[in-house]
Write a protein that binds this ligand. Structure first.
Ligand code: FES
Ligand SMILES: [Fe+2]
Length: 389
């Protein structure tokens, strides 16, 4: 057979969005095939639109830590699958989820990022909104009798705070944020999440589909390739993972540490000192433990081929008392920056191939059960199953 004929045989079939999503159903079987997603699932604009409506417009998305929203006027701004979102700490002391788009002529009211502001003033014609989304003032509008300032306010999103982590749901009528995270709560009791402070936080942009980043986060297998000098030396217990798919929302990935963590401030059990937990919260959030240090991460789609990586590192407040916090922060940011760069470089390389006609679904290793757990939750969400809380 000539090389050309081989290529013809292995070219991926041209599936419709409906057929692609139907393919996901095989991951719902009790014995799902150990095979990767159809490559077109990463490139189909129709599938991405369905992901927007079936997942990101109705799921709780991890966006930050409460330390980033500590005082009135603090805000975070981002886009979630193309939807501009702001979370503010209002003068009322509450968190508000808002659509930060001017009701006059669609000007964004904030740039992506965060900071502190006294109100949300539109830079186009200077309409001003309060931190709870109500209109404060609209310039030169008295002559328009159809305009009622009382009717003009920013649409709201649901916001939830869970042990210091902040989640937003684009469906303002979303079911309350509770229930499914109880297993995380129970297993993290000794980590005293409520007493942790955020030492460092970051956002990055990776040029890859969000699922490429999320599936990567569900396995340690890639430490041997992407992270030979950073993560791999930490995997003293090997790259195997114990996977518990607790619910359509939560997957627990447990990695043994060959050398137990030393602890001073947290009452961790011997078992907890000897394991790294990674709680993946569908669709794109995670909390991971490294002894007395906790990291959160969220892989939020910006568009079909761009993902914002948001994250932070938390430590017990007591561990920082009298410590050189700047030095601790610099050390954390140095290591995190290198590891993120390794993942980014690798995953952007994967993204560069997904449009090839000749890529195909690949066989997964027994080291990747977490990836199959993610595929199952993706299948549930995309085929009409529950998306979690
Ligand atoms: S678009 Fe905002 S004030 Fe005109
Ligand atoms: Fe990685």
């Amino acid at each position: 057979m000539s090389p050309t004929e081989t290529a013809r045989v292995t070219a991926s079939p041209d599936l419709s969005a409906t057929e692609l999503v139907a393919e996901l159903r095989q991951y719902l079987r009790p014995d799902p095939p150990a095979i990767s997603l159809p490559p077109q699932l990463f490139t189909s604009p129709e599938v991405y639109e369905w992901e927007r409506t079936r997942i990101f417009q109705r799921s709780w998305i991890l966006v930050g830590h409460v330390d980033q929203l500590a005082v009135p006027g603090d805000y975070l701004a981002l886009t979630i699958a193309g939807e501009p979102v702001a979370i503010t700490r209002g003068r009322d002391g509450l968190l508000h989820g808002l659509s930060p788009v001017c009701r006059h002529r669609m000007m964004p009211l904030v740039e992506p990022g965060g900071g502190n502001t006294k109100d949300l003033t539109c830079s186009y014609h200077l309409w001003r909104y309060n931190l709870d989304g109500t209109l404060l003032a609209a310039t030169h509008m008295r002559g328009n009798s159809d305009f009622d300032p009382a009717d003009c306010r920013l649409p709201t999103f649901a916001v939830a705070q869970w042990h210091g982590l902040v989640f937003v749901n684009l469906d303002a009528d979303a079911p309350a944020f509770d229930g499914d995270l109880s297993v995380v709560e129970r297993e993290m009791t000794n980590y005293h999440l409520d007493e942790m402070v955020q030492v460092s936080s970051w956002t990055e942009e990776w040029n890859c589909n969000w699922k490429i980043a999320v599936e990567n986060g569900h396995e340690n297998y890639h430490a041997i390739g992407f992270h030979p000098d950073t993560v791999k030396p930490l995997m003293t217990g090997g790259i195997d993972m114990d996977v518990h798919a607790d619910s359509p929302l939560v997957t627990r990935l447990l990695s043994p540490t060959g050398t137990p963590f030393e602890t001073t401030f947290l009452p961790l059990t011997e078992a907890e000192k000897s394991v790294m937990y990674s709680f993946r919260m569908f669709p794109c959030g995670a909390v991971a433990t490294f002894g007395e240090s906790i990291a959160w991460i969220s892989l939020v789609p910006i568009s079909i081929d761009r993902t914002q990586v948001r994250g932070g590192t938390l430590m017990p407040a007591a561990a920082l008392e009298g410590a050189d916090v700047a030095a601790i922060r610099a050390q954390i940011e140095g290591l995190t920056g290198v590891i993120n760069a390794e993942d980014r470089r690798g995953l952007e390389a994967v993204q560069s191939t997904v449009g090839s006609r000749f890529v195909q679904r690949g066989h997964l290793s027994p080291k990747e059960p977490g990836v199959l757990a993610f595929y199952r939750n993706l299948a549930l969400a995309m085929t009409g199953g529950t998306t979690g809380v």
